[in-house]
Design a protein around this ligand. Sequence first.
Ligand code: FDP
Length: 332
Amino acid sequence: MKRLNSQLQQDGAPLELILLIRTLLAGCKEISFRVSQGALAGVLGSTLSENVQGETQKKLDVISNQILKDTLRESGYVKAISSEEEENVVPCNPEGNYLVSFDPLDGSSNTEINSLIGTIFSIAHAPQWMKPDDPSAFLQPGTQMVAAGYVLYGPSTMLAMTTGRGTHLYTLDKTHGGFLVTNANVQIPEQTSEFAINTSNQRHWEAPIQQYVSDLIAGSEGPRKKDYNMRWVAAMVGDIHRVLCRGGIFMYPFDKRNPKIPGKLRLLYEANPMAFLIEQAGGLASTGEGRIMEVMPHEIHQRVPTLLGSKEEIEACLAYYSKDKNKKAVAS
Ligand code: FDP
């Protein structure tokens, strides 16, 4: 089986990027170990502090964030970090050539129930002019990413990663501590009959997604003329992993509750890296209005509506948005 290094070399990744990825993954292996210890590691449960988004931090979030921060800062490859758990950019080596954004532990409420969780990351070049504490360099569209991926802490520890030459799945071989390629050049089936959305938010969705999901639920008796099944891991990393493995559509759409917070998921370290993985595997990643990877961020913790998955199903969903737009244009 091919090792991580060989795959990265084959994909033409520069040496420094390979070394950075290996450093990041060393941190993830430590997180994987801590996570697998569960309550025995004495790290589960909530701390008293809240993170910048006002969510209660679980201790594992804090620990995972610290592990990644320390490992990346010490590496010398990184100029600055943005993390879900850090209000501001974390300055690192002024001579570093890369910017790393991460959600150290996505789906952290799943820690309480010993279910899927993971680390999501994206890597971009650090501009030379940038000072390490300057957040503006992070405000570039996802098309500028040089690598992205996630490490999934499940029954096995898996890595999904792309450097722009396909999406590959790796499995951590705990006997020798390395990631081995277990599925190269993943191709997401273009058609699907599986969808994932938190339907408890239905009343807050806009008209196109209301209609789309209601037509999915209508199944073979509705306009889509086939039966759909629903799956919801409640951790984006788990839901996207399923989509990469067997297709599907994952949605966290625009939410009318607060127009200033248009979606739940964060652009830099959730939506963008997943969009890169999905596109590289032949799927589509949209906000409903346009390509996720072309969204120009205006702040590091920006949220976006997300529709990710099988090509034809995303296209079918986007047709509802176009129809709605046309209807509004005719009415005005
Ligand atoms: P979590 O808050 O548990 O870290 O990052 C946001 C996220 O998880 C996603 O992984 C997940 O898809 C979503 O939130 C689930 O949130 P809801 O239960 O509010 O739908």
